[in-house]
Design a protein around this ligand. Structure first.
Ligand code: HMG
Ligand code: MG
Length: 298
């Protein structure tokens, strides 16, 4: 059955911008984050404490996290793939972090330079240290519906990595269709496999829209009871280690779908769409939200 309400995790400032080749000013990022909060988004992934050699666009992570204007009720989080990243994020006063692994060995190597097993070993001290600091940790699994290097990924592999992250202490596991090759039945089967080990309310769907299937896949997993959705305003984004990948499903499109299903989000669609129009103009990108484009033309 469909959930009554859905929490949107806005990943635009991180996943959406991380692949932009031209530097985007910290001020623009901060304005984006603030506008998203004003539109009613309650969870914003704001930055990434990764190596600036690997992802130059996220090099101003400290300035972003310390420069945030905290809105009441809004959680601002950051990616921290290792202890070095976590320590830096804690120094900046971050209140939530995320570790990110993969269900594919080849993708794990390309993205974080280690095997799946090594990544899990690396995450353990991150979770311990975060727990000691009272900081919640979200876990990501990439390539849950396919890998750019290995092709098909078995749902059991996704379930195994997800379970490891959950048992390690991640409060939520976000399932990434990194390259957007998934289709609805496959997405359902994957969720069924993962939810044998983890309560469905602890799972999130993080679908990229490369093949235009993200909304259909979301509809399918909403039916399974998924109630947390990651999305990116204006559909911004693309992964540096997944060639050809386009952005996350657009937040505006997800909110329009959920509004139509009478599923509550607490988000003001017009304000969100306005934010999508603004940021795409500010960084010179096309607006990849169909809803955003339609509302802007009204
Ligand atoms: P490594 O090279 O194996 O790490 O990278 P290392 O410990 O050997 O360190 C090498 C250098 O990086 C050293 O600097 C470290 O200080 C530095 P040097 O001595 O050469 O000057 N370094 C760091 N600098 C800043 N922050 C840090 C940090 N750690 C080490 N935290 C590492 C390992 C994970 C750091 C690297 O591979 C990396 O940064 N990868 C970035 C991956 C990334 O950000 N990918 C995109 C996000 S994931 C994603 O988009 C998928 C997701 O959306 C879900 C989905 O769609 O599927 C989440
Ligand atoms: Mg992603």
């Amino acid at each position: 059955a469909f959930p009554h309400s859905v929490r949107l995790v806005e990943v635009g400032p991180r996943d959406g911008l991380q692949n932009e080749p031209e530097p985007i000013s910290t001020a623009t990022k901060l304005e984006l984050i603030d506008r998203l909060g004003a539109a009613g988004i309650r969870h914003i992934e704001a930055a990434s404490f990764v190596s600036p050699k690997w992802v130059p666009q996220m090099a101003d992570h400290r300035e972003v996290i310390t420069g945030l204007t905290h809105r009441p009720g809004v959680v601002y989080s950051a990616l921290t793939p290792n202890l070095k990243g976590l320590e830096a994020a804690l120094e900046c006063g971050v209140e939530e972090v995320a570790v990110f692994g993969a269900a594919s060995e080849a993708f794990s190597q390309k993205n974080i330079n280690c095997s799946i097993a090594e990544s899990l070993q690396r995450f353990e001290p991150v979770l311990e240290r975060a727990k000691a600091a009272n900081v919640r940790v979200r876990g990501y699994v990439s390539c849950v519906l396919g890998c750019p290097y290995e092709g098909e990924i078995e749902p059991t592999k996704v379930a195994d990595v997800s379970k490891a992250l959950y048992e390690m202490g991640c409060y939520e596991v976000s399932l990434g269709d990194t390259i957007g090759t998934g289709t609805p039945l496959k997405a359902k089967r994957m969720i069924e496999a993962v939810s044998r080990d983890i309560p469905i309310e602890k799972l999130a769907a993080h679908f990229h829209d490369t093949y235009g299937q993200a909304l259909a896949n979301l509809y399918a997993v909403l039916e399974e009871g998924i109630a947390v959705i990651d999305s990116s305003v204006a559909g911004l984004g693309g992964c540096p280690y997944a060639k050809g990948a386009s952005g996350n499903v657009a937040s505006e499109d997800v909110v329009y779908l959920l509004d139509g299903l009478r599923i509550e989000t607490g988000i003001d669609l017009d304000e969100l769409a306005g934010t999508g129009t603004w940021i795409t103009q500010a960084i010179g990108r096309p607006n990849r939200s169909k809803v955003g484009v339609a509302l802007a033309a009204k």
